[in-house]
Ligand binder design. Structure first.
Ligand code: ARG
Length: 467
């Protein structure tokens, strides 16, 4: 049986301490210790507020703050000993502070672990969103660099994994920059959502003490652009709201899915069947049996990690869905999935950043893949449309030409004009001028299209935005 003095924070009415099994299932310090610096930041601000309203003296405040600073140094140097019997990060820190500073016994005035943990996590989300934002910027910059180098590399664009129409590799890569930019927006909105201070909500119903919620919110940086305090409006919502957790995990899932699709493209592109790119040796592995193998492990693992991110979001949704108001202990299980999503998202972003600069493009194979006039069949339809042939009819005509090309085993562009002209009178002698890749791309210069000027402009746009 545990030393019940350790439950000094809530042990008053208990005759015996929790069983060993209860300690094992109940402890969260093994994962919430990573909130230490945010917990200390929150406690220092709370102590300042208590002094500001006259609940503690300025000497007590200073002693509490000094004590917390020395605990933070111990935590940062790895000297702090976390005790699972003290349940969580909050009680470990408070217990350690109590050993150093008598005034520590007043620190928890007008506060509960319920509004404390909600505050810690909101501070953590603000930090975590900034970290992911920075890593997203790096991946985006490397994608833009690779796009810059591949502006003139034409490859087939695919639908249904069938060759569809030619695009520059740059345009293909920049599609991912758009996706990751949307992810940046998601994280900005999680950060915005997190920027509201729940302190003062107490366990569920606030406090009868005259505290100053605005003061502590401003101390902790929960402010709007004018520097005014942003505080929660309903104490019951504030201690049980986990929306940020779901939004954060969902934003991580979005990054995961985007990087997973990018990975799939690189896995395909690096296969012998495509061979559009060569992946760096440092991020691929060989086979223990087949000496010729070079496996795209890093991209397969990124693709695999996205499943884990989806699982974490699922865990949070399931955890929340049946909970009555307000705090229930189930909510302690909200942190492992969120921390894991953060760690794995940073890891996959870092891996993508590390690989991208060393990806080599095989120009010959790209040129071979795009050397099929049928890829410009749609441009031939447009040629007829420009000659006033209705689109449906034009589509049919080009279909007939494609079939003729297949039957006669002649590339579409090399069919004889005599044969071609029999199919439709609008097909003039200039019909085969359509089959010019460069012209095909430079005819697509409206916003968002793969025309070389559009792509170059977008590269300039991203470079400016990302520096
Ligand atoms: N470790 C707890 C958690 O993360 C802190 C809140 C505990 N509150 C309580 N009423 N037991 O959920």
């Amino acid at each position: 049986m545990a030393d019940d003095k350790k439950q000094a924070t809530w042990g008053g009415r208990f005759l015996e301490g929790p069983s060993d099994l209860m300690h094992r299932i109940g402890e969260s310090v093994s994962f919430d210790h990573r909130l230490a610096s945010f917990d200390i930041q929150g406690s220092k601000a709370h102590a300042s507020m208590l002094a500001h309203v006259g609940i503690i003296t300025s000497e007590e405040r200073d002693a509490i703050k000094d004590g917390l600073d020395s605990i933070l140094s111990q935590v940062q140097s790895g000297d702090f000993i976390w005790d699972p019997e003290l349940e969580d990060v909050h009680m470990n820190i408070e217990h350690a502070l109590t050993q150093k500073v008598p005034a520590a016994a007043k620190l928890h005035t007008a506060r509960s672990r319920n509004d404390q943990v909600a505050t810690d996590m909101r501070l953590w989300f603000k930090y975590a969103c900034d970290e992911i934002h920075t890593s997203l910027n790096v991946v985006m910059s490397y994608l833009v660099n690779l796009a810059d180098k591949t502006q003139t590399v034409v490859i087939p664009g695919y639908t249904h994994l069938q060759r569809a129409q030619p695009v520059s590799m740059a345009h293909h890569l920049l599609a991912y920059v758009e996706m990751l930019d949307r992810d940046r927006t998601l994280f900005s909105s999680v950060k915005e959502e997190a920027n509201i201070c729940p302190l003062g909500s107490g366990a569920i119903a606030g406090t009868t003490l005259s505290i100053d919620r605005e003061f502590v919110a401003i101390e902790l940086g929960f402010v709007n652009e004018k520097g005014e305090a942003k505080i929660t409006e309903n104490s019951m919502d504030a201690v049980s709201d986990r929306d940020c957790f779901i939004q954060f995990a969902s934003a991580c899932t979005s990054v995961g899915i985007h990087l997973s699709r990018l990975s799939e493209d690189f896995i395909l592109w690096s296969s012998s069947e495509f061979s559009f790119v060569k992946l760096p040796d440092s991020f691929t592995t060989g086979s223990s049996l087949m000496p010729q193998k070079k496996n795209p492990d890093v991209f397969e693992l990124i693709r695999g990690k996205s499943a884990r991110l989806i699982g974490n979001l699922q865990t949070l949704l399931t955890l929340l869905k049946g909970l009555p108001l307000t705090y229930n202990r189930d909510l302690q299980e909200d942190k492992p999935p969120v921390f894991d999503s953060f760690d794995q998202t940073l890891l996959i972003l870092d891996c993508a950043s590390a690989c991208l600069p060393d990806i080599k493009v095989n120009l010959e194979r790209c040129a071979e893949a795009v050397d099929d006039p049928a890829l410009l069949a749609t441009d031939l339809v447009d040629y007829l449309v420009k000659k006033a042939v209705p689109f449906r009819e034009a589509h049919h005509v080009v279909g007939a030409l494609v079939s003729l090309s297949e039957e006669s085993k002649t590339p579409l562009s090399e069919l004889s004009y005599t044969d071609v002209s029999k199919i439709h009178m609008a097909l003039g002698e200039d019909w085969s001028q359509v089959f010019d890749l460069e012209k095909a791309l430079s005819s697509r210069e409206l916003k968002g299209m793969p025309g070389p000027k559009q792509v170059a402009d977008r590269i300039v746009y991203w470079r400016k935005l990302l520096t």
